[in-house]
Design a protein around this ligand. Structure first.
Ligand code: CDM
Ligand code: ATP
Length: 331
C-alpha cells in the first residue's frame, strides 16, 4: 500500500438461500434454462471483509474453507475486480484483499459462491465510496456474475425469473424453521445437475412448460404457514440431483420419518432442506437426524433474513507524515 493511504476495512454479512420452488423450463440459446423460482434467504452466514492491499488476493477460513478456491476463480475476487473497473478516475487499479469466513456449505446448492460475490460488491462499494453505483446498477453488475447473485443482494423471500437474475420480492409475515442436512463428499456441480435434468426429460419424452410461480406457494407465504408452504415445496432439479447422488433419497426419507413437514433438495443439491412446524420441532428434528439420520452436518436456520449487509466499517486515518525535528528557535 502506498504511504498516505488509509487502512479501512469493510465487513459484510451475507446469507445462503434455499429454493422453495424451482421450476426449470427449456434450455435457451445462451445455454441457460428459463426458470421460475421462489428464493428464501436463510440464517446461515458467510462474512466477507475487504481491505486495501498490494495485490488482489483472497483467504478463506471456517469449516468448509479447504473446498474454496483462493486464486483468480474465487467469485468474491471476480466480483471485487468487476466493480473495481467502475471506479471513476481510478488510474492504477486499487487492489483489495478479500477475507471470507465461510459457514455456507460449498457446492451444496445454497449459493455460497454467489453470496460471497454479492457481499464483495457491497463491501467494495462501501470501501471505495462509489456513490454513483446505486442499487439498480449493483443489481445489473450482480446479474453478470451469476444467476443467484442478484437475489443475495436483496435477501428475504423473492421470485426469480429469467435465468433467476430478475428478482421480485414476495411479501409475507412470520418466519420458517429449517433444518439443513449437509453431506460430505457429495458436492454437485450446477451445470451437471441441469444437464442431468435435461437428460432425464429427454429419456422420458417430456417437454417442460414455460415456468411460472405457483399460486399455492405464494398464498402460503403470505402467512408463512409452515404446513401449507411444506405442501407446496417443489424442485424440478431434485430428480436430477437424486439420480446423480442416489443416497439423497434416503436422507429425504429419514427426515420425513423423523417428523419434517416438508423436505427437498436445495437448488442443485446436495444439501437437503427440511421444513419444521416450529422452533421446538426444528430442534427435535435436528437432534433426531444427528442421532439416527444419515451421516452429515446438521444446521438449523430460520428464513427469511435480509441479504448482504455492511456490519462493520473500520476507518483508520492515514499515518501522519514524519515530522521534522524541531530545532532551537533563533533570531
Ligand atoms: C440452481 C440455482 O442455484 C437455483 O437458484 C441456480 O439456478 C444456479 O445459479 P448459479 O449457481 O448462480 O448459476 P450460474 O453461475 O449463473 O450458472 C452456472 C451454470 O448453471 C447452468 N444454469 C444456471 C442457471 C440457469 N437458469 N440455467 C442453467 O442452465 C448453466 O449450465 C450455467 O453455465
Ligand atoms: N467464494 C466462493 N465460495 C464458494 N465456492 C466458490 C467460491 N468461489 C468459487 N467457488 C467455486 O464455485 C463452486 C460452486 O460453489 P457454491 O458454494 O457457490 O455452489 P452452490 O451452492 O451449489 O451454488 P448454487 O446454489 O448457486 O448453484 C465451488 O465448487 C467452488 O469451486
Amino acid at each position: 500500500m502506498s504511504p498516505g493511504t488509509s487502512t479501512d476495512s469493510v465487513a459484510v454479512r451475507v446469507p445462503g438461500k434455499v429454493n422453495l420452488e424451482l421450476l426449470v423450463g427449456a434450455q435457451r440459446e445462451d445455454g441457460y434454462h428459463e426458470v421460475s423460482t421462489v428464493y428464501q434467504a436463510v440464517s446461515v452466514y458467510d462474512r466477507v471483509t475487504v481491505r486495501p492491499a498490494e495485490r488482489w488476493s483472497v483467504s478463506v477460513t471456517g469449516p468448509y474453507a479447504d473446498r474454496v478456491p483462493t486464486g483468480d476463480s474465487n467469485l468474491a475476487l471476480v466480483a471485487a475486480k468487476t466493480l473495481g473497473r467502475r471506479r471513476p478516475r481510478h488510474g492504477r487499479s486499487s487492489p483489495v484483499h478479500v477475507e471470507i469466513d465461510k459457514t455456507i456449505p460449498v457446492a451444496g446448492g445454497m449459493a455460497g459462491g454467489s453470496a460471497n460475490a454479492a457481499a464483495a460488491l457491497v463491501a467494495c462499494r462501501e470501501l471505495w465510496q462509489l456513490d454513483h453505483v446505486d442499487n439498480e446498477l449493483l443489481d445489473q453488475i450482480a446479474s453478470g456474475l451469476g444467476s443467484d447473485v442478484t437475489f443475495l443482494l436483496h435477501g428475504g423471500t423473492a421470485i426469480g425469473s429469467g435465468r433467476g437474475e430478475q428478482v421480485t420480492p414476495v411479501l409475507g409475515r412470520g418466519e420458517l424453521h429449517w433444518v439443513l442436512w449437509v453431506g460430505e463428499g457429495l458436492e454437485l456441480s450446477t451445470p451437471e445437475v441441469y444437464a442431468e435434468c435435461d437428460r432425464l426429460r429427454e429419456a422420458a419424452g417430456e417437454t417442460p412448460p414455460a415456468p411460472e410461480p405457483s399460486s399455492e406457494l405464494l398464498t402460503a407465504l403470505r402467512r408463512m404457514d409452515a404446513a401449507d408452504v411444506a405442501a407446496a415445496l417443489h424442485n424440478d432439479l431434485q430428480a436430477a440431483a437424486v439420480s446423480l447422488r442416489p443416497e439423497l433419497a434416503g436422507v429425504i426419507e429419514a427426515g420425513t420419518e423423523l417428523g419434517a413437514l416438508g423436505a427437498m433438495v436445495s437448488g442443485s443439491g446436495p444439501t437437503v432442506a427440511f421444513l419444521a412446524g416450529s422452533q421446538t420441532e426444528a430442534i427435535d428434528l435436528s437432534v433426531g437426524l444427528a442421532a439416527n439420520g444419515p451421516v452429515g452436518d446438521i444446521v438449523r436456520a430460520i428464513g427469511p433474513v435480509p441479504g448482504a449487509q455492511v456490519v462493520q466499517h473500520l476507518r483508520t486515518p492515514p499515518p501522519a507524515p514524519p515530522t521534522r525535528p524541531v530545532g532551537p528557535v533563533t533570531g
